[in-house]
Design a protein around this ligand. Structure first.
Ligand code: FE2
Ligand code: FE2
Length: 327
């Protein structure tokens, strides 16, 4: 697909505002970073509505470490079962199909980007938990508003801080400078602009490099300013709201203070304020219950596997995504 002149000029503008040292390494990062094979396969299953639990079982059987993790999670106190689970089949039934896909994707991403070694003063685990929470809430918001496919909302939510993940894991020195400006009193958004490290733009450029669908690219670029999204404003607004609610529900990205213009968001999502209030009440019950199991999941994530070649690009080449509004 050829980009329109507007997209080309947007890309030029964004690139000219990025630190050249970061910009020049992005294509290499795009080429070298790969998702674990299991995550790649799970993403394919997730966007295919004909997928059965038995398909998931077959995928997990190919990944013994992940299968063992799934069984162990199903035995955690969260599910409070009377008898222990010892088979993958029963573990899938206990945890639930959708939630399991979601967890396995989170584990896969945490294998791809190692956030265990992060600059001092930054909470790498917190960034993962935040990404998972936004993904979860975005999926729920998609279900109650109907403005996006659940899988589109979920994947955009999971990737919305892609730029931040890249900065923390691949550019620790530059990120350290950013943290210093923030601790000297500058706001996070001022500091990233001053240093040419705007995380929305960096995530967007990497998503373009991977040929991710435009809907994900826009969701990543505009998650803090959805009103500026030219084509996928509803998904950008949905992720912006999910981002804000994740902060409120105890999964914050602490440096980012979020001011959200609900007078734009709610009409864009056709979401009445009473419905949002009820949604928040439900979240306040659900999220604290989910948090311990996510923390357990992140702490025991497998070691990074750099050898797997599967990437988002291959997934898209296989034509697996059915997200609307793009080829
Ligand atoms: Fe952000
Ligand atoms: Fe966020």
């Amino acid at each position: 697909m050829t980009d329109s002149p507007q997209v080309n000029s947007l890309v030029d503008d964004l690139e000219s505002a990025i630190d050249p040292q970061v910009l020049h390494r992005l294509p290499d990062i795009g080429r070298l970073v790969s998702l674990p094979k299991t995550t790649y396969t799970l993403l394919s299953l997730l966007v295919d509505e004909n997928t059965l639990p038995s398909d998931l079982e077959k995928v997990l059987e190919q990944d013994p470490a992940l299968a063992a993790k799934v069984i162990s999670l199903s035995n955690s106190a969260f599910y409070s079962l009377e008898s222990p689970v010892s088979s993958l089949h029963r573990a899938i039934l206990v945890i639930g199909f959708k939630e399991l896909e979601f967890m396995a994707m989170g584990l896969g991403l945490s294998e791809t980007f190692d956030l265990s070694q992060v600059p001092a003063g930054f909470d790498g685990e917190g960034l993962w938990l935040h990404s998972l929470a936004v993904s979860w809430i975005a999926r729920e918001l998609a279900a109650i508003t109907g403005v996006a496919e659940a899988s589109e909302a979920m994947i955009t939510g999971l990737l919305h801080e892609l730029g931040l993940i890249i900065l923390v894991s691949k550019f620790p020195l530059q990120f350290q400078q950013l943290l210093e400006l923030v601790s000297a009193g500058m706001s996070f958004f001022e500091a990233e602009a001053a240093l040419g490290l705007k995380h929305g733009a960096i995530g967007f450029l990497l998503a373009r490099n991977w040929n991710l669908p435009e809907i994900f690219q826009e969701g990543i670029l505009y998650h803090h300013n959805p009103e500026e999204a030219p084509r996928h404003q509803k998904v950008a607004a949905l992720v912006a709201l999910a981002d804000n609610l994740a902060h409120k529900a105890g999964f914050p990205m602490k440096m980012e203070t979020l001011d959200l213009d609900l007078s734009f968001i709610l009409p864009t999502l056709s979401l009445p304020v009473e419905k949002l209030q009820n949604f928040i009440k439900d979240l306040m019950v659900t999220m604290p219950r989910i948090q311990p199991i996510w923390i357990q999941m992140m702490k025991s994530a497998p070691k990074p596997d750099r050898g797997v070649k599967a990437r988002f690009q291959s997934l898209l080449g296989a034509g697996k995504f059915k997200a609307s509004g793009h080829p």
